[in-house]
Design a protein around this ligand. Structure first.
Ligand SMILES: Cc1cc2nc3c(=O)[nH]c(=O)nc-3n(C[C@H](O)[C@H](O)[C@H](O)COP(=O)(O)OP(=O)(O)OC[C@H]3O[C@@H](n4cnc5c(N)ncnc54)[C@H](O)[C@@H]3O)c2cc1C
Length: 434
């Protein structure tokens, strides 16, 4: 089971007509809904399960510029501006705090990798810098281990995944968006070569635009429209502790573990180096697209048996059959991770593991999202493939998707996120963050 999420009230029945239907009630779909509703459009968000039940409530809660793929840097800068004002925007505390993030290095080789990122980030490096010695020790209260150095960004932060997207949803509803839970979108209808409606399990909604923000499921829905989007699921496991006093206030990553302090005083902990891909039909379908990424990231991937998601279920109702994708956490790895953390930070020895869960990341071959219209199908906008970084960038991504719908000046240049890069022979590949 996933973590407990702040509740979102669902409407009873979907309207017969809307301006825009958004598929998916995670942080991306809900942020898009909020910005569209504020511009006066009539928006329906159709979610197959509970709102914020998948990745958007299961993530680490890091909101970071440091280490981003340079193509995402303008968008994270804009997103952080929105996070700064988020409590006012949505009328609730979403837990955003600029408490700093550290990438801890064991040796000088790791430092070189970070220096490379600083160079590539250029003007977007802002306050990110290397720290060592006493300054680094001060940033790690409760630590018994000494690290060689760290890349540090004081202005990076954290927010609460179990609160943020729900608060955005409630704000969107207050502005007139209709939020439908347990309402799977089975298909998207076209008339005269453009989007004209979505078919939900509770009936048709006529609309001029649909935004597909379905996370790891987007590929399956788009396939029904013959829109080929290479995306694979990556299972990532997390645990949550009871409150710990005297520990670091921010977040940090090292090759053995990653931690982030929570508003409830506990920590969200993960193994930052290992991700699991569960083999399924899409692994073969998109193998060639992912070869460059696999070459680059091979050390951090392990392969598993098919998860329920990757077993193709025939018929019209695959989205209803799995209301909430709830993959099993890799508890043996989490046990090792927690033990490594306790050795490095003895203050965690008294902490209890309250819960563990996993989430399925929607990874693209170049590890950056698609936030894009689709040239061949007017009325279709895609916002998916956030490749493990979509929580921090979510508010900006939602605003950008809203801009694409309304034709307003885009928040940032959307060229890097265009869908057509996967079908026009570009053969995109990751440029690596850190
Ligand atoms: C363990 C883990 C740690 C992470 N850590 C971080 C982090 O620290 N910082 C960060 O920035 N990012 C992080 N991420 C990534 C981040 O969580 C995601 O990029 C982000 O939440 C994606 O949001 P989303 O709305 O696109 O997808 P989701 O939250 O997955 O939402 C998609 C929704 O669409 C619904 N849906 C799909 N198909 C249909 C359909 N046909 N009809 C109706 N509904 C449908 C699904 O039910 C789901 O609720 C992490 C992810 C995981 C799993």
């Amino acid at each position: 089971m996933g973590p407990q999420v702040d509740p979102v009230t669902s409407a009873e029945t979907p309207p017969a007509k809307a301006d825009v239907v958004i598929v998916g009630g995670g942080i991306i779909g809900l942020s898009t809904a909020l910005f569209l509703a504020r511009r006066g459009l009539f928006v329906v968000v159709s979610e197959k399960g509970d709102f914020v039940g998948e990745q958007s409530s299961r993530n680490w809660g890091w909101v970071r510029r440091m280490g981003r793929d340079p193509r995402e840097l303008p968008l994270i800068v804009e997103s952080m501006r929105i996070w700064d004002d988020m409590n006012m925007l949505v009328g609730a505390d979403v837990g955003f705090r600029r408490t700093g993030i550290l990438y801890l290095c064991d040796q000088e080789d790791d430092v070189a990798h970070h220096v490379d990122w600083l160079t590539r980030a250029g003007d977007f490096a802002f306050d990110t810098r290397l720290v060592r010695g006493a300054e680094l020790a001060d940033l790690l209260p409760g630590a018994a281990r000494n690290w060689h150095a760290a890349l540090y960004t004081a202005s990076d932060g954290r927010a609460e995944p179990q609160k943020a997207a729900s608060a955005i949803a409630r704000a969107a509803a207050a502005d007139g968006a209709v939020l439908m839970a347990n309402c799977a979108v089975r298909d998207i209808e076209t008339t005269n070569g453009r989007v004209s409606a979505v078919l939900t399990e509770h009936g048709r909604i006529d609309c001029h635009t649909v935004v597909v923000a379905g996370g790891v499921w987007s590929t399956k829905l788009l396939r029904r429209l013959n829109v080929r989007l290479p995306q694979l699921g990556v299972r990532a496991s997390v645990l949550r502790t009871s409150p710990v006093s005297g520990g670091p206030d921010g977040a940090a990553w090292c090759k053995d573990f990653a931690y982030r302090k929570r508003l409830d005083g506990g920590y969200t902990i993960a193994d930052g180096s290992q991700n699991r891909h569960d083999i399924g039909a899409d692994s073969f379908r998109y193998f060639a697209d992912f070869v460059p990424m696999m070459r680059q990231e091979w050390g951090s991937f392990s392969l598993g048996l098919p998860s329920p998601l990757t077993v193709d279920i025939k018929g019209e109702t695959e989205f209803e059959r799995m209301r909430t994708l709830d993959p099993a956490p890799l508890n043996h790895r989490l046990t090792q991770t927690f033990s490594d953390l306790q050795k490095a930070f003895p203050i965690f020895r008294g902490a209890k593991v309250e819960q563990s869960w996993a989430g399925m990341i929607d990874a693209t071959p170049d590890a950056i999202p698609v936030i894009s219209k689709v040239q061949s199908l007017p009325g279709l906008v895609i916002a998916t493939g956030f490749s493990g970084h979509g929580f921090g960038i979510g508010p900006g991504a939602g605003k950008l998707a809203a801009d694409l719908v309304t034709g307003d000046a885009p928040l940032v240049d959307p060229t890097a996120f265009r869908y057509e890069r996967f079908i026009d022979g570009t053969r995109p590949k990751p440029t690596t963050g850190v």
